[in-house]
Design a protein around this ligand. Structure first.
Ligand code: AMP
Length: 308
C-alpha cells in the first residue's frame, strides 16, 4: 500500500522557553514523511524546495523509502521559511515570519506513481492547491485526509469549503474547530463540520490529547504526560504522519482502525516534541514506538467494579 503526501518542505527558525534555533529543516510534508515512514513504504512526496534545501536531507528521506520524484527543486529561489516563538505554556505560539519563496509558485503536477497510491495525506497548504491535487486522481484514493489551519479559514474560506466536500478526514485543533463551525461545544462543532463533507473529524488538543468523531461516535486518546517538552513544532504533522502510516499499513478504513491510528499518531507526536525539528523522529526505532504505545495502553487502562 502506498501513501502520497503533499505539503511544505521548509526551513524553520524556532524559539521555545528552552532554546532557540535559527535554521532547521521543517515543513508539514517533511514531518509527515519521517513519521509515516515508520509504518509504510513507499511514500510519494509531493512538494517544492529551493536551491538551499540540503541534499543530505533528501538522501535521508530517500533512505527511509520516500520517493522524491514529485519534489520540484527551483534553482533560482529559496525554500519556504517559517519562524515561530512559543509562549511559556508551549501550547500556543506566535508566527514571526512566513516567507513563501518557492511555495508562491507551487502548482503540483503529480507523477504517475503517486496517483496510484490508495492513501492521500494533504498537509497544510492553500485549500485551492489541496483541491487541485485531489482532482488529478482518476481513481479516488481509499482514504483522503486533510490538515488545515485558521489562516485559510480567514483568507480562503470558499476554497476551503469546496475542498472539505472532497475529503474523508479533517484534522484540526480545538480552536480551529470552534472557528470553522462557530460553535463552542466541540460535539456540536464536530456535527456541523461533518455536515460540510468529511465523514470523520480529528480534533487535536495539544497536551490534552485528541478526539475522533464519526457519525454519533466519539473516541478520545490522551497525550502522554511527558517530563520534557522541548519543541512542539511539527507535532500536528507528525501526528498526521503516524495516523496515515498506520491506516495505509492496515489497509482497512473504519472507525476502529482510526482509533488505533490516533494512538499511533499520538505516540509519534510525543517523540517529536522531545527535540528540535524532526531530529527525534529520525533516531527512534520500531521498538521505541511499540514501548511508547504500551505506555498509552497503561495510561488509560483501569479495572472498575460498579457497586450500588
Ligand atoms: P505544526 O507545528 O504541526 O503546525 O507544523 C509546523 C510546520 O509547518 C513547520 O515546519 C512549518 O515549516 C510548516 N508551516 C508553517 N506555516 C505553514 C504554511 N502556511 N504553509 C505550509 N507549511 C507551513
Amino acid at each position: 500500500m502506498a501513501l502520497t503526501v503533499v505539503g511544505s518542505m521548509a526551513f524553520d527558525a524556532i524559539e521555545t522557553p528552552f532554546g532557540k534555533i535559527d535554521k532547521i529543516v521543517g515543513g508539514s510534508a517533511t514531518y509527515i514523511a519521517y513519521s509515516a515512514a515508520h509504518y509504510i513504504q513507499p511514500i510519494h512526496q509531493v512538494s517544492i524546495v529551493g536551491v538551499d534545501f540540503p541534499e543530505s536531507e533528501l538522501e535521508q528521506l530517500k533512505s527511509r523509502g520516500v520517493n522524491l520524484d514529485g519534489v520540484e527543486r527551483k534553482m533560482d529561489k529559496k525554500s519556504f521559511f517559517w519562524s515561530g516563538k512559543y509562549h511559556l505554556d508551549m501550547n500556543s505560539r506566535d508566527t514571526l515570519v512566513t516567507e513563501l519563496n518557492v511555495l508562491e509558485d507551487f502548482d503540483p503536477v503529480l507523477p504517475e506513481e503517486s496517483l496510484n497510491a490508495s492513501y492521500l495525506m494533504l498537509g497544510n497548504l492553500h485549500p485551492g492547491i489541496q483541491k487541485k491535487v485531489i482532482s488529478q486522481f482518476t481513481k479516488r484514493p481509499k482514504l483522503i485526509v486533510m490538515d488545515t489551519m485558521n489562516f485559510w479559514m480567514e483568507n480562503a474560506l470558499p476554497e476551503l469549503e469546496e475542498t472539505l466536500k472532497l475529503v474523508d478526514v479533517l484534522m484540526i485543533n480545538d480552536s480551529e474547530a470552534r472557528q470553522l463551525s462557530a460553535q463552542y461545544s466541540l460535539v456540536k462543532a464536530a456535527k456541523s463540520i461533518m455536515e460540510m463533507g468529511p465523514k470523520y473529524l480529528v480534533i487535536k488538543k495539544g497536551e490534552h490529547g485528541a478526539l475522533l468523531f464519526h457519525e454519533d461516535k466519539v473516541f478520545f486518546a490522551p497525550a502522554l504526560p511527558l517530563e520534557d517538552v522541548f519543541d512542539p513544532t511539527g507535532a500536528g504533522d507528525t501526528f498526521a504522519g503516524g495516523f496515515m502510516g498506520y491506516m495505509a499499513k492496515s489497509d482497512t478504513v473504519n472507525f476502529d482502525k482510526m482509533k488505533n491510528a490516533i494512538i499511533v499518531g499520538s505516540a509519534l507526536a510525543s517523540f517529536c516534541v522531545e527535540k528540535f525539528g524532526p531530529r527525534k523522529l529520525k533516531e527512534i526505532s520500531k521498538e521505541d514506538i511499540q514501548e511508547r504505545i504500551s505506555h498509552f495502553v497503561q495510561l488509560v487502562n483501569f479495572d472498575i467494579q460498579l457497586t450500588n
